[in-house]
Design a protein around this ligand. Sequence first.
Ligand SMILES: NC(=O)c1ccc[n+]([C@@H]2O[C@H](COP(=O)([O-])OP(=O)(O)OC[C@H]3O[C@@H](n4cnc5c(N)ncnc54)[C@H](OP(=O)(O)O)[C@@H]3O)[C@@H](O)[C@H]2O)c1
Length: 428
Amino acid sequence: MAAQVNIVLLGLGVVGGGVAGALRERADTYSQRVGASLALRRVLVRHLDKERAVKLDPSLLTDDAEEAVSGDVDIVVELLGGEHPAYGLIRDALSRGRYVVTANKEVMAKHGPELLSLAAEKGVDILYEASVGGGIPIISPLKRDLSANEISSVRAIINGTTNYILTRMSRDGLDFATALAQAQQLGYAEADPTNDIDGHDAAYKLAILASLAFHTHIGPDDIRREGISGLAARDFRYARELGYAIKLLAVARREGSSLQVRVHPTLVPEEQLLAKVDGVLNAVQIEGDLSGRVLFQGAGAGSLPTTSAVMADVLDAARAIVQGGRPFPWRYTDEVAIKPLAELVTRYYIRLEVVDRPGVLAGIARAFGDHEVSIASVIQKETDEAAQTAELVIMTHPAREEAVQATAVQVRDLPEVVSIGNLLRVDD
Ligand SMILES: NC(=O)c1ccc[n+]([C@@H]2O[C@H](COP(=O)([O-])OP(=O)(O)OC[C@H]3O[C@@H](n4cnc5c(N)ncnc54)[C@H](OP(=O)(O)O)[C@@H]3O)[C@@H](O)[C@H]2O)c1
């Protein structure tokens, strides 16, 4: 039995700092829980001289990746972020028969299957609880507690930055640019927010969740993705009048033998719990045939919540090392086809700016009829008297995406239509 488990930390930023602090401040508790002491042997950083919240012995720090991982190392904890050099360092660690703990959604979404099979080949494991939902336990429940189910859907709010922006737009009537600027001032959005607002971050996380839920590999390129920058404050107002919140929803749903996987702004009925998940919170709702509906909600980011998830994996890996025995890294066993978005059937919200004169509706109704898209309701909203235009909000009955898109093209070309303000999917 190992008396000491040697740990290398790659990265000492927001999460790495939290993990280094926990390893130091909770050393006694952790060694009791594991049955061996956890020794932090080396920490890889980019800037050796940077002022840091957590004070470590400077001799632990290195900016040389090869030096960081050399010697007697049991667990490599990767907290650098981004695809490179993280991916290469993780591969290298697994190849050398070391356990890996990572919070890296991009690496796991893009290279998960390869890294998991490498871990299995080497008799170790790669653990990634912190890669989705920060402090919310979700990877482990999918791998273990829900594994006896056939899962029919995963619906999730898994990007805190966009959820904060949407909450401010909804509650305070802010436009997108102002809400984004405030999120940046508060440190909730990065200087370059593209990864969050265009839905890439949520798509990486959905790829990870859907792969586990459906026992198959879903890559980020399988996911249809639309961001939130096209939303206007009035969309939230109108949606609310119709009984909906607007969320950047990540959805993976089984339909027969295929899967829909998509991330886009979505109208969610206000009475659903997901519609009430506001601010930087995250939530993941899973529907299993045995478990029924379960909802996980909590802090999707932040140093301490993410440390909680990383350290749980470190403790698991350390226990496996101390107790010996072969771990059982996750395996993808099923082949599931991805359903094209064009085949999605759902209800739609369409906001139009039209010329304010009698008879306008007839041409629009004809365009919907031509594509067999049935209108559930039409509401005339604000009128701009100076411009002589009016705004219409149309809700459809369930319709096929490709028919709705074809309708939108025809409607846009009508002389009485000034513009299509927005076209959003509803997820009842
Ligand atoms: N922040 C969160 O709330 C959160 C939540 C869930 C998951 N995550 C994930 O956790 C990981 C870490 O995020 P973070 O917020 O802690 O990032 P961060 O604050 O930017 O820290 C990154 C750390 O990695 C070091 N680093 C980056 N590139 C390096 C390189 N090429 N060579 C050597 N050192 C390098 C940096 O060194 P210097 O300090 O010297 O610059 C820094 O210590 C990411 O995968 C992220 O997606 C973060």
